[in-house]
Ligand binder design. Structure first.
Ligand code: SF4
Ligand code: SF4
Length: 183
């Protein structure tokens, strides 16, 4: 009996289940990569990453820097002639990596995401000084950007104390999202 190869890789199916996006629509024109403002720093361009997902190269994608460097700017999504929302695909692969507990190639990025969300859930809006303190503790980079931080403090760009305005509304939104995720 002739074995017919599946049209979609399992990985592409997993991305579709999470995001509703079909990476197999991509025909590798590379318009996404040529417009991406951070592709110069990525180990695989956005075009290469989507091809790897099509081929089911899970390890390559999960251990790449690309998804963590993606700034979610949506340039690729707006340029794609096939309407592939590549920014959404990047979200999906980050979610898969976190669920599989794969160590991020750039660990500071998921630490930043989680800390930012906790900060907003607690204060109702971003409390920058609190976020900076959390990041310093978690990444142990105590002196990095210290001069910049002090300059921002001096110019009044960073609030010393948090504002709790909107904290209750933010908590309601976070618990609604959690409830939806459990469904
Ligand atoms: S722009 Fe769209 S079709 Fe072209 S390579 Fe990127 S994802 Fe694929
Ligand atoms: S959303 Fe990400 S992959 Fe797309 S252009 Fe922006 S940084 Fe690049």
């Amino acid at each position: 009996m002739v074995k017919v190869a599946p049209r979609f890789s399992e990985f592409a199916e997993a991305v579709k289940t999470i995001s509703g996006l079909d990476v197999n629509l991509c025909f590798q024109c590379a318009k996404c990569a040529s417009g991406c403002p951070v592709s110069y720093a990525m180990d695989y361009t956005p075009t290469q990453l989507i091809h790897a997902i099509q081929l089911g190269l899970t390890d390559l994608v999960m251990n790449s820097k690309t998804m963590w460097l993606c700034a979610s700017c949506q340039t690729c999504s707006t340029r794609c002639p096939q309407d592939v929302d590549l920014a959404g695909v990047m979200d999906a692969v980050r979610i898969i990596a976190q669920r599989k507990k794969i160590k991020a190639k750039i660990p500071e990025v998921p630490i930043f995401y989680r800390s930012s969300l906790r900060n907003i859930a607690l204060f109702g809006r971003m409390y920058e000084l609190g976020l900076i303190a959390t990041l310093k503790l978690l990444t142990r980079s105590f002196t990095k950007d210290m001069g910049l931080g002090l300059r921002m403090l001096r110019k009044g760009k960073l609030n010393i104390f948090p504002s709790f305005k909107g904290a209750l509304a933010a908590r309601r939104i976070f618990s609604q999202v959690k409830a939806r995720e459990k469904r």
